[in-house]
Design a protein around this ligand. Structure first.
Ligand code: MG
Length: 372
């Protein structure tokens, strides 16, 4: 059956946050985000889907309009390529357009979906094999008062969540109070990340790290905006660091590792060009002995399905936490599959992404290639 790409269609839909207001450092607030879906149809009739949903326009160098403009450049060049060869499609995308990994991610995931269907295997089988039947999910706790954040954590614990990512990056001493309040509400075996999302200056990060020193089962995530500042935080404090936004390729991961600046890495599909790039950094991170977390900036069922397969194919000892974005958003294109259960997630068993997209919910494409 031919897996040659015959048609590429682009769709958009709106994803609203289940918690109302998602608050991060720097006054960044998200209530609703625009997601872009790619549908690839092959000559043999297989249909693959992928999704990209940047977290607004001031989180990473990415935005919804940029994803769509980039995909309009990429899609015509991808017609005729073999969707069952995602590495070759990724190389062709790089030859067409530099950068824009978040846009490429959607097309990359759609090609992996086709490859899985062509092979008759769930994607986790092709990404290294299913290493674990289920894995721990985390939930982000929006920046708020220490009492409110602690109450949110208590609610999530009652629902089975044992991994928490606090949105910090405000006043460093108040952030330490927030972190302490939450850690006290957790128990051994649980993990708390204090994620500043690049929001602290070096000075504020060092103040926060000193004030949080000694907190058990606690790590700081992405304290400052640049790798160099994070290296200084690692050098001048005792805080264990997880890096996220500044790890964009093999080179940045190796530099951070050589600097002894991280104990873990948070991998987002959209920041790394999709499953092809994220798989490479996942394998490298595991080989370096790092804790590896797998997620995306934002997204719905399709993003969650892609994330679930990379997570399921990661060794249990290395996989730190995973986000099921479809638990954070109200709209569901595939019946809210895969679905979390008591704080844990699993990858679907069906071929490819293993989810059934409701074409009616997807609606009409805003662009189709080749153009009629
Ligand atoms: Mg993060």
């Amino acid at each position: 059956m031919s897996t040659r790409i015959e048609r590429i269609e682009l769709f958009s839909y709106e994803l609203t946050y289940v918690g109302g207001r998602y608050v991060m450092s720097g006054g960044r607030v998200v209530t609703s985000l625009s997601s872009t879906v790619v549908r690839v149809t092959t000559a043999g009739g297989l249909v693959g889907h992928g999704e990209t949903c940047p977290l607004g326009s001031n989180y990473l160098p990415a935005h919804a309009g940029g994803a769509r403009a980039a995909l309009r450049e990429l899609a015509p060049q991808a017609i005729g390529l073999d969707a069952a060869n995602p590495v070759a499609v990724a190389a062709a995308m790089d030859a067409t357009l530099l950068g824009h990994p978040y846009a490429k991610s959607a097309l990359d995931i759609a090609c992996w979906d086709v490859l899985g269907q062509a092979a008759g295997r769930p994607l986790c089988d092709l990404l290294g094999g299913r290493q674990q039947d289920d894995f721990p999910l985390y939930v982000a706790i929006p920046l708020d008062s220490p009492e409110e954040m602690r109450a949110t954590v208590a609610r999530q614990r009652a629902a089975g969540i044992r991994r928490f990512q606090l949105k910090l990056g405000g006043d460093p001493l108040l952030d330490a109070t927030r972190a302490r309040a939450v850690v006290e509400a957790t128990e051994p075996g649980e993990l708390v990340l204090g994620d500043a999302n690049c929001g602290w200056s070096l000075r504020d990060a060092l103040t926060a790290a000193a004030a949080m020193e000694g907190l058990p089962r606690f790590c700081l995530e992405q304290p400052c905006a640049t790798l160099e500042e994070c290296f200084r935080v690692a050098e001048l404090s005792r805080a264990p660091l997880v890096l996220d936004e500044t790890i964009v390729d093999v080179q940045t991961l190796l530099r951070a590792w050589e600097a002894g600046a991280l104990v873990g890495v948070n991998l987002k599909l959209g920041r790394l060009g999709g499953l092809t790039g994220a798989r490479l950094l996942r394998d490298l991170g595991v080989s370096l002995g790092l804790g590896v977390s797998v997620e995306d900036s934002w997204g719905g069922d399709l993003t969650t399905a892609a994330v679930s397969h990379l997570a399921a194919s990661t060794a249990p000892g290395a996989l730190e936490m995973v986000s099921f974005m479809n638990d954070w958003t109200n709209e569901h294109l595939a019946g809210r599959r895969p679905r979390s259960l008591a704080g844990r997630g699993a990858a679907p068993d069906g071929p490819g992404l293993g989810v059934e997209v409701d074409a009616e919910l997807l609606g009409e494409p805003f662009a189709s290639f080749p153009r009629a």
